[in-house]
Ligand binder design. Structure first.
Ligand code: TIU
Length: 222
């Protein structure tokens, strides 16, 4: 086990059994004209997470450890899009509508792609998910179990929506979960802070948090 200094106490990371999870680092959330912008958000806030995620990807790849990317997107016929999700609120564009990066949040469109700096490498898992959480409708739990993965290290966007939902789903399924503080970001700084506090409170009720530098230091020392 590799000991990582974390909040609220040390996190024990088993080499090879801990997957790096990169949630929804898609152009639709990070670039202008996508889904995130259609909801009225300042997407530039999310850019700070890219470099820390790239550093973690390099570390996982150098060790041959499992990496899992997710993409929030829907089938082109929108058969996996609940009307409740499509019709919620008053966005500038709705899911499935044509935008500057193709149809919003639709698989195969340019906007659904992961940003080039974090493009998946050959052999890495890419999971398309119709919901905010990565387990709903994906069969992911069975795949992780078959691969012997017991620990999940979370990065990506947004902290309090898809990252937190996925981490809570994972915690309930028995995974030991760490979130990397500077490798996740939100459109709302106060929501990021609150999510991290909720996750780690009550003796790591959902999981642990650590910074990417601390995590990389622990990996390099092992
Ligand atoms: N709106 C928002 O903050 N997030 C999402 O809709 N999806 C993800 O977090 N990926």
């Amino acid at each position: 086990m590799i000991t990582v200094e974390a909040d609220p106490f040390d996190y024990a990371l088993p080499p090879g059994r801990a997957a790096l999870v990169v949630i929804d680092m898609q152009r639709d959330f990070v670039e202008p004209g996508g889904f995130g912008a259609s909801l009225g958000n300042d997407v530039t806030r999310l850019h700070t997470a890219i470099a820390p995620i790239a550093a973690l990807l390099a570390a996982w790849r150098a060790r041959g450890w499992p990496v899992l990317h997710t993409r929030e997107c829907h089938r082109p016929d929108l058969s996996d899009l609940p009307l409740s999700k499509r019709d919620r609120g008053h966005p500038a564009l709705r899911i499935g509508d044509p935008g500057p990066m193709g149809r919003l949040l639709v698989a195969g469109e340019p906007g659904a792609d992961i940003v080039p700096a974090l493009a998946p490498a050959a052999g890495e898992w890419v999971i398309d998910k119709p919901g905010k959480g990565m387990f709903w409708g994906t069969g992911l739990h069975e795949k992780l179990q078959a691969a012997g993965i017991t620990h999940l290290v979370f990065t990506g966007v947004t902290t309090e929506v898809c990252v937190q939902t996925s981490m809570r789903e994972a915690n309930d399924r028995g995974y030991e979960c760490l979130i990397v503080e500077d490798a996740t970001e939100s459109y709302f700084p106060e929501f990021k802070a609150a999510a991290l506090a909720m996750i780690t409170a009550q003796g790591a009720i959902v999981g642990w948090k650590a910074g990417s530098a601390t995590l990389l230091r622990a990996l390099n020392a092992a």
